[in-house]
Structures are given as C-alpha cells and as structure tokens.
Design a protein around this ligand. Structure first.
Ligand SMILES: Nc1ncnc2c1ncn2[C@@H]1O[C@H](COP(=O)(O)OP(=O)(O)O)[C@@H](O)[C@H]1O
Ligand SMILES: [Mg+2]
Length: 476
C-alpha cells in the first residue's frame, strides 16, 4: 500500500483538506443532531402539556358530572385539530379511564404506562407504539383530585425536521468539499508547478547546461529556493570555467613538456650516436694506427730494452682502444642501428653476463621488420637501465628478459630474483631525484606505452613490464 508521504503533494493537500472538512462536518452534524433533538423534545413536551392543560380546563365540569359523551366529543375534536397528537386519554382521580380516542380499544400496556394518581405535576414517559416513537404526557386536573389527561404526541414530526436540517447540512458540507478540492488543487498547483519547473532546470543543469536559469519571480520559500539554485548553477559554471581553463593550461604545459622531453631524448641519442661514431671511427682509427706504428717501431728497435718499452706502450694503447670501443658500444651500440634491437640486446646481455656474475635468460621473437627506431631505442635503454639497477641494487642471481608482440603492441618483461623494492626505497629515490625508474616510465609513455614495476615481497624480486603500441610494416 502507498504510504502517505509517498503521495504527490497535490494528493496530500486534497487528502488533508477533505479529511478536515469531513471531520468538521461529522462533528457538527453530531452536535446539531443532539441539540436539535433536545430542543425539539422539550418543545414537544411543552406542546403536549399545553394541549393537556387545555383539555383539562375544558373537561373538569364534564368529569364532575360524568358527561362521557361531552368528554368524548371534546377529546376527538382536539385530536383531529391538533397535528401530531396520536391519542388523548381521560382518567378519573383513581386512574380509571373514562374517555379515550382509540377507535378499537386502548392498546395493551398503555393504560399502566403513565399512571400516577399521587402526582400533581406533569409527567412524560416515552412509548414505543406501532406508529413510531410517542411521548405520553400526563397532566393532572386540579392537582389530580379531579382526574388526569394523557396526551400521546408523536416524535415523527420533530425527527423529520431534524432529518431535513441534517440533509441541508450534508449538502452544504458537500459543496464545501467540492470548493475545498478546487482550492486544494489551486494551492497544490501553486506549490508544485514551480517545483516541477525547478526539476526541469536541475535536469538541464545535470546535463551540463549550466546557464539554464530558474524563475525567481516569487518571494516565498520556492522563490528563495530558485534563487539558491541559480546561485549554485552560476558558481558551478564559474568552477567549470576555471577548471576548463586550468585543464587547458595543464594540457598546454603537458604538450610542451612532452615535446621538450622528446627533443631532449632525441638530442641525447643523436649526441651519443655522434660521440660513439667519433670514438669508434676517429679515435679508434687513430689508436689502431698508433698501435700498428708502435709494433712496426718495436720490430726496428735498436736494443731489447727499447723494444720492450715500445711493446708495453703498444699494450697500453691496445687496452685504451678496447676501453674506447666498450665506451662507444655503451653510448650507442652500432648493432642497434645496423641489425636491430633484438641483436643489440643479445649482445648487451652477453657482455653483461661476462662482466657480472648474473645469469640472464633471454627469450625473444625474431627481429621485427622496420621497427620504429624510437621504440627500438626506448626498449634498449629501458633494458639497459633495468639491468644496471639489478646489478646496483637487487642482489639478484637470475634475471629473465623476454620480448614478445602481437599485431598492436610490443611487450618487454624483465624479472629478477633479488630482494625487491620497499615502498620507502622508491619514495626516497623520488625525493633524491633519481631518474632511472622515472626515465624508463617516461620513455614508455612518450611512445603512448605503459610501464609497470611490480615488487612482491612474497615471491621476492622485481618485475618490470613495458608495453608499447606499434604498427608492424612489411618492409620497404
Ligand atoms: N631491480 C631492483 N631491485 C631492487 N631495488 C631496485 C631495483 N631497481 C630499482 N631499485 C630501487 O629503486 C631505487 C630507484 O632506482 P632508480 O630510479 O633507477 O635510481 P638509482 O638507480 O639512481 O638509484 C633504487 O635506488 C633502488 O633502491
Ligand atoms: Mg638506476
């Protein structure tokens, strides 16, 4: 069943108004019924007594001379001429009936109903006859010393009057109800119409039409609500504008940052490649020439001592050449440009395993044709930084590096079996502006990729997962 406060405002107002009107009508009807019954009853009794007294005054002599015919005539005439009088009875001072108006005898029980020879005052007794409620009014003649008159007067008439009055009252209540419903409808629409409009406005605002305005032509609570609503929408619009402009500025800054970072990385890579080439080609060539010259000189040395010095110098130069070649490779391995990222990684890992006592398992797909150079460099640099971190920080003995791809993305995963990274270590690194992890993440994100670093104290070790979207081309 629907609860009262689930009803619409219109129905609530109508229900309340109708209930009040009905209750008021019902209570008024009860009061009217009660007072009218009382009043009419009193009037009825007074009339009965008057009729009784009138008959008494006219019948005293006839009773004294026992003129029953005259008495008969008198009471019949009175009954016929007086409305509502159902019967008249005359008794002597000993309550013996000496005249009555009943054509076929006195009904049973009536004689004894209102007998009181000692009474000297009028007495009323109600009586339920076949013809309805009757009041039997006993009037003593000369204080009862001559006899008594009893008048039976019907209540029907008064009941009719009360009934008619209540009917009129009911019609009035009905009219009031109709008016109340009309009034309630008007009231409810006065309240609900602006609320419905406010609902529409709020729906528009919810859809983002923040410049929709509520009607504020009223000064009542609804007008105030509408005003508050408009203020809210305005401040919302202002906040939105501010947010949009902040987002705009932020986007612009982010664009500039990304562009700069891209340029920085490209410039850094170009520079490294340049230095690497320079070291490899120029410095390397010169050193090779120097070594060969020293060897030639050693062959032509004057004595053994000279020859030994020259050979030692040649060995040092050879070592330097080796170091310069390593440095050139570290800076930018030529394999990366010549053979591709997988080959470069394999080479790097081979040297790495030799240098450090760490077992690296490498699983990869075949070299990807025409892989974007920026992706190749990013993957290579991320692996380089990850493997360097493993040596520096993890105490790992085994590392798994794997590269795979599908049509859309290339994936790289590097997992070590070291002691992992605690949260506070990462926080500390960020505070100290360590750029290793940050740089790996940036490199992946600049290429619209993702970078995740998982460190599980349960399984031990750290895992780096990099995903970079790419388009596979069939080659030129
Ligand atoms: N594989 C790893 N195992 C354990 N700790 C690591 C690993 N990689 C990085 N870390 C931790 O994360 C920190 C941040 O690394 P990074 O940003 O590369 O800076 P840096 O190498 O200069 O310290 C390191 O200082 C280290 O504590
Ligand atoms: Mg590092």
């Amino acid at each position: 069943m629907m609860r009262f406060h689930d009803l619409s405002i219109y129905r609530k107002v109508v229900a309340v108004v109708l209930s009040v009107v009905f209750l008021l009508g019902f209570l008024s009807a009860v009061v009217i019924w009660d007072s009218l019954s009382d009043l009419m009853g009193q009037q009825l009794e007074r009339r009965g007594a008057e009729i009784g007294n009138h008959v008494a005054s006219l019948s005293t002599n006839h009773i004294l001379v026992d003129d029953r015919y005259a008495l008969h005539e008198l009471i019949h005439e009175t009954k016929v001429n007086t409305e509502d009088v159902k019967y008249i009875l005359i008794t002597d001072h000993q309550a013996r009936v000496i005249a009555h108006t009943f054509p076929s005898g006195i009904p049973k029980g009536l004689k004894e109903l209102n007998v009181s020879p000692k009474d000297t005052e009028t007495r009323v007794v109600p009586y339920n006859s076949d013809e309805g409620q009757i009041r039997d009014i006993l009037v003593p003649i000369e204080g009862g010393s001559v006899g008594y008159i009893r008048v039976g007067i019907a209540e029907e008439g008064t009941k009719d009057i009360i009934g008619r009055t209540l009917k009129k009252f009911a019609v009035i209540i009905l009219v009031v109800c109709v008016l109340a419903v009309l009034l309630a409808t008007k009231m409810a629409s006065l309240i609900t119409a602006p609320i419905s409009k406010l609902v529409l406005v709020s729906q528009a605002i919810a859809k983002g039409q923040l410049h929709t305005k509520a009607d504020v032509s009223r000064n009542d609570e609804i007008g105030k609500l509408a005003l508050a609503f408009n203020e809210m929408a305005s401040s919302l619009a202002a906040t939105n504008d501010e947010r949009d402009s902040l987002v705009g500025t932020l986007r612009e800054k982010e664009y500039i940052r990304t562009t700069l970072l891209n340029k920085l990385i490209t410039a850094q890579e170009d520079e490294r490649r340049h230095i690497s080439r320079e070291l490899h080609d120029e410095t390397g060539q010169s050193l090779t020439w120097l070594i060969m010259s020293m060897r030639a000189l050693a062959d032509k040395a004057a004595d053994d001592k000279q020859r030994e010095v020259l050979l030692n110098a040649r060995d040092v130069a050879s070592e330097v050449l080796g170091e310069i070649r390593d440095m050139a490779v570290e800076l930018r391995p030529p394999v990366l440009d010549d053979l591709g990222v997988i080959a470069a990684m394999k080479k790097y890992i081979a040297t790495y395993q030799q240098r450090f006592d760490i077992n690296v398992k490498f699983s990869s797909v075949p070299e990807i044709n025409n892989l974007d150079k920026r992706i190749a460099v990013a993957l290579y640099r991320i692996m380089q930084e990850a493997l360097t971190n493993i040596v520096k920080h993890s105490k790992a003995t085994v590392v798994d590096v794997s590269i795979s791809h599908n049509q859309n993305s290339i994936f790289m995963q590097i997992a070590d079996n070291g002691h992992g990274i605690a949260d506070d270590e990462l926080e500390q690194a960020v505070r100290q502006n360590r750029l290793g992890i940050y740089g790996m993440k940036e490199r992946a994100e600049l290429l619209n990729g993702t970078f995740q670093m998982l460190s599980s104290s349960l399984m031990g070790g750290t895992t780096i997962i990099v995903t970079i979207p790419f388009e596979e081309s069939e080659g030129e």
